[in-house]
Design a protein around this ligand. Structure first.
Ligand code: CUA
Length: 320
C-alpha cells in the first residue's frame, strides 16, 4: 500500500515537474487550465447540490413557477466563457511562440532521432557516431533535434523536458531540446505504432559538459578486437549468424542500420528501449528467444545453442 502511494506521489511529482523552459511554459498552461476547470467543476457541483437540497420536492410539493429565459444570466455566462477561451487562446499562442523558436535554414541538427518499430536511433552528425534509446545531452545547452521515422508514425515525448513531436515517415520535424539540470529524464513513444508501442521508452541523460565530453570520447572509439577466446568465438558468430545483416558494430564488417547500433552496447543502462536493465541475464534471455521477450520485434529467433549464447553474450559485453 505504501508502495502504491509512493508511486502515485511520484507520478504527480513528475507531472508537475519541469526541467526546461519549454516544459515550464507547458506546465504553466496546464496548471492554469486545471485551476479554471477545477473552479467551474466546483461551481457546477455546488449549485447542483444546493438546488437538490433547496428545491427538494418534499419541501415544495406544488408545481413551481414556470419561467423562460433570463437575458442577464445568459449574457453573463456566454461572455464569461468567451473571455476564458480568449485568454487561454492568447496564453497558448504566446507559449507556442516561445517554445517553437524558428530554425535558421542552414542550421544543421545537433542530433537526428529516428523512430523505428520499436526503438529509437540517435545519430550525432557532428561526431559521426550513432547510438540507440538513450539520448545523451550536455546540460544547459539548447540543441536542435531532427525527428524522423523509418516506418510508421511515432511520437517523441519526454514530459519533464517539454512538448511532444510526431515523427513522420518521409518528413522531418525539428524541435529544440534543453535540460536545465543534469539527470535522467524518462519519456515514451506517445503515438500508437504497433504491438510493442508501450515498450518504446526514451531515456534522456543530461550530463555536465565534462561528463558529456567523456561520453562522446568513449562513443567515438572503435572497440578493440576481443582477446578472450569465448568473446572471439562470439565475434565470429555475430557475422556467421547474420546479426551483421541488421546491426552495426564499428570496426567490423557489420554496418547495417536496420537494427540498433551495437558498437557500445555495454555503455547503455537499458536494453530493448528501456524494457530491461542491461544485465548479462537479460541480454541472454533476449538472444535466446527475442519473440518471447518482445513479441513482434523485428529480431528473429536464431535458435542459438547454450554454447553459442555464451559466446555471443561474452562478445557483446566487451562492447563497452
Ligand atoms: Cu513508436 Cu508508439
Amino acid at each position: 500500500m505504501a508502495d502504491l502511494l509512493k508511486k502515485i506521489a511520484d507520478f504527480f511529482a513528475q507531472l508537475f515537474s519541469s526541467y526546461s523552459t519549454e516544459a515550464t511554459h507547458i506546465n504553466h498552461i496546464f496548471i492554469a487550465f486545471l485551476v479554471v476547470a477545477g473552479l467551474v467543476f466546483l461551481l457546477v457541483l455546488g449549485l447542483s447540490v444546493a438546488s437538490v437540497i433547496r428545491f427538494h420536492a418534499r419541501k415544495r410539493p406544488n408545481e413551481p413557477k414556470q419561467i423562460f429565459g433570463n437575458n442577464k444570466l445568459e449574457i453573463l455566462w456566454t461572455s464569461a466563457s468567451f473571455i476564458a477561451v480568449a485568454v487561454f487562446f492568447v496564453i497558448s499562442v504566446r507559449s507556442m511562440e516561445a517554445i517553437n523558436t524558428p530554425v535558421a535554414k542552414n542550421r544543421k541538427p545537433d542530433i537526428v532521432v529516428i523512430g523505428h518499430q520499436w526503438w529509437w536511433e540517435m545519430r550525432y552528425p557532428e561526431y559521426g557516431f550513432t547510438t540507440a534509446n538513450e539520448l545523451h545531452i550536455p546540460e544547459k545547452k539548447k540543441l536542435l533535434m531532427r525527428m524522423e521515422s523509418a516506418d510508421v508514425i511515432h511520437d517523441w515525448w519526454v514530459p519533464s523536458l517539454g512538448r511532444k513531436i510526431d515523427m513522420i515517415p518521409g518528413h522531418s520535424n525539428y524541435r529544440w531540446i534543453q535540460a536545465d539540470t543534469a539527470g535522467t529524464y524518462e519519456g515514451t513513444c506517445s503515438e500508437y505504432c504497433g504491438a510493442e508501442h508501450a515498450w518504446m521508452r526514451i531515456r534522456v541523460i543530461a550530463q555536465t559538459q565534462d561528463n558529456f565530453n567523456q561520453w562522446v570520447k568513449a562513443q567515438e572509439e572503435i572497440p578493440a578486437i576481443p582477446t578472450d577466446s569465448l568473446a572471439r568465438e562470439g565475434a565470429k558468430l555475430f557475422q556467421s549468424k547474420t546479426c551483421s545483416n541488421c546491426h552495426t558494430i564499428r570496426g567490423t564488417a557489420a554496418e547495417k542500420r536496420v537494427g540498433p547500433d551495437l558498437t557500445h552496447l555495454e555503455s547503455r543502462e537499458t536494453l530493448l528501449s528501456g524494457m530491461y536493465n542491461n544485465t548479462t541475464e537479460n541480454l541472454r534471455q533476449w538472444l535466446k528467444n527475442p519473440q518471447k521477450v518482445k513479441p513482434g520485434a523485428h529480431m528473429p529467433n536464431f535458435n542459438l545453442s547454450d554454447k553459442e549464447l555464451n559466446a555471443l553474450v561474452a562478445y557483446l559485453e566487451e562492447l563497452k
